[in-house]
Design a protein around this ligand. Structure first.
Ligand code: VG1
Ligand code: CO
Length: 543
């Protein structure tokens, strides 16, 4: 098998963000762009010689070609074995499971997650370590350093074999195993949940609508919900992955999953609605006419996880990203388990999960997961919900209302200002940062500020310090305001404004969401001069 070494030079900007390297698809298709980065993944992690990797992606445009290049490069770099999902398909959680189950050295996941796909959309590459989780910053920093020094990459001269057929082939000394992308994941879910109870729920007429958003979860959801659990055919919609996600934005929130929202608001709405994102690691949960915010979902799942066999008496702790609402903190307090607050991005949960300090984790951006793997897991969250509803008997909207009656409600919303000029976004953040020290004690929009800082995280396991992870302003009435810039966009900057207001157990939990957050929204504008800096008076996406 002839291999060749191709001379190359460093390419600017190959710095992984919140979740891998994300760029325009056109950028990734420039000859040498993907090759440089893949070579640096190998070089930054001690080389590929003798190693085994899982490789797969969310099926977006350029997925199969990229996998062909990775196979040729892994073989040329001396990798011993690759495990690849048939047709190059693997959801992010399924890939995480395979890395752990087959004890591989890591995995390369091709996805830009919730970002749109297609020729004019986005593409991404993420490296996961041998624990199945997104590489921590120590590793992504090493990979990035290599991208600034690279001089050549190695690649097989021949095309890679057929990844459309289950089976094995070799390239040089490397064995490539093409496997069914769903089998191992389905087995894992059966081990975690009470499938019998969920089957009975469906037999008794419970109805679900799962919107796969033309993305990778389609085959997983169809096999598990319809085939294994007996939900009626057609319960999973938009189930066939398409290279451009049907022209949509595979981001499961009330704005982009509007088809599901319409179904769940209809006269004959199913009992339960859910959606997942491009690579299957996010989840959106709905009841009839009701959107369950991801932060509330995390709190509720923590409160009722004991109804699922895998979690009964086994929730050691919980962790949430800093901008996620504090609803789960209240549950953790009552359960007398620790609650950790980490920076945005799943990689920060890895050490807590590995150490057994956190069992459930979640982010306000519709990511929920547990120690079963080291990624957030969209379908897992749906199955945990179904398990809870099957065993509890209450309707999801009732369950949530009862929860608020017991714990209080953390009204929560995120306002995104997308594709604003990078300089304007940075100016806004630095102006706000300057003010922080003077804020405590001041009043704004009728509320008194109790604390203000730029979040820094000291990892309790490896003591690594991660700074400047978002500005947070807390108020004496329990309200909170967080602002940070997105690390997953591919054009300009996206300002995320996270708004939270707490109303205790005896208060009114039925207010209009944006109205309830009115004072916090006003405080954000007043403290950060959002309109002045961005030139926009309203956010582009409100979820
Ligand atoms: C966003 C979310 C974050 C999530 C990340 C990756 O990052 O806010 O919570 O972990 O996307 O999600 P940012 O930096 O744009 O705010 V996805 O489903 O890539 O895997
Ligand atoms: Co995702």
């Amino acid at each position: 098998m002839p291999f060749k070494t191709v001379q190359t030079t460093p390419i600017d900007g190959q710095k992984p963000g919140t979740s891998g390297l994300r760029k325009k698809t056109a950028q990734f298709r420039v000859p040498g762009y993907l090759e440089n980065f893949v070579q640096c993944i190998f070089d930054g992690t001690g080389g590929a010689a003798g190693k085994t990797y899982v490789v797969g992606g969310d099926g977006r445009f350029f997925n199969a070609e990229a996998i062909g290049i990775i196979i040729r490069m892994a073989a040329a770099n001396g990798a011993a074995r690759l495990i690849i999902g048939q047709n190059g398909i693997l959801s992010t959680p399924a890939a995480s499971n395979l890395i752990r189950k087959y004890k591989t050295d890591g995995g390369i996941i091709l996805s830009a997650s919730h970002n749109p796909g297609g020729e004019n959309g986005d593409f991404g590459v993420k490296f996961n370590a041998s624990n199945g989780g997104p590489a921590p910053e120590k590793i992504t920093d090493a990979i990035y350093l290599k991208t600034t020094e690279i001089t050549d990459y190695k690649i097989a001269e021949e095309d890679a074999g057929d990844i459309g057929t289950i089976g094995s082939f070799t390239m040089g000394d490397c064995r490539i195993d093409v496997i069914d992308p769903v089998d191992d994941y389905e087995t894992l879910m059966q081990d975690l949940f009470d499938f019998e109870a969920i089957r009975t729920l469906f037999q008794n007429g419970f109805r679900i609508c799962f919107d796969a958003m033309h993305a990778v979860t389609g085959p997983y959801a169809t096999r598990i919900l319809e085939d294994a659990l007996g939900a009626p055919k057609g319960s999973v919609i938009n189930a066939v992955p398409s290279p451009d996600f049907g022209g949509g934005h595979p981001d499961p929130n009330p704005v982009w999953a509007s088809e599901l929202v319409a179904i769940m608001s209809g006269t004959d709405a199913p009992d339960f609605g859910a959606a997942s994102d491009g690579d299957g690691d996010r989840n959106m949960i709905m009841g009839k006419n009701a959107f369950v915010s991801p932060s509330d979902s995390l709190a509720l799942l923590t409160a009722y996880a004991h109804l699922a066999p895998a979690y009964a008496g086994k929730v050691a702790g919980v962790a949430r990203s800093m901008p996620t609402s504090q609803a789960v903190d209240l549950v953790a307090e009552r359960l007398r388990i620790p609650c950790f607050e980490t920076p945005t991005g799943w990689k920060f949960f890895g050490n807590l999960l590995d150490a057994g300090m956190a069992t459930l984790c979640g982010e306000e951006s519709a990511g929920t997961g547990s120690s079963h793997i080291r990624e957030k897991d969209g379908l897992w969250a749906v199955l945990l919900w179904l398990n809870i509803l099957a065993r509890d008997g209450r309707d999801i909207v009732q369950l949530r209302a009862d929860h608020w009656r017991s714990f209080g409600r953390n009204y929560y919303s995120r306002h995104d200002y997308e594709e604003i000029p990078t300089e304007a976004a940075e100016a806004l953040v630095s102006a706000l940062r300057e003010k922080l020290a003077a804020l405590p004690g001041q009043s704004v929009a009728g509320m008194e500020i109790s604390a203000a800082d730029d979040f820094a995280y000291l990892d309790p396991i490896d003591q690594s310090l991660t700074e400047r992870q978002g500005i947070r302003v807390s108020f004496t009435d329990g309200s909170r305001l967080v602002m940070r810039l997105s690390g997953t966009g591919t054009q300009g900057a996206t300002l995320r404004v996270y708004l939270e207001r707490f109303v205790d157990h005896s208060g009114d939990h039925t207010q209009d969401l944006q109205a309830a957050l009115g004072p916090v929204i006003a405080a954000a504008e007043s403290l950060a001069d959002i309109t002045k800096h961005t030139g926009r008076s309203v956010a582009d996406v409100i979820t």
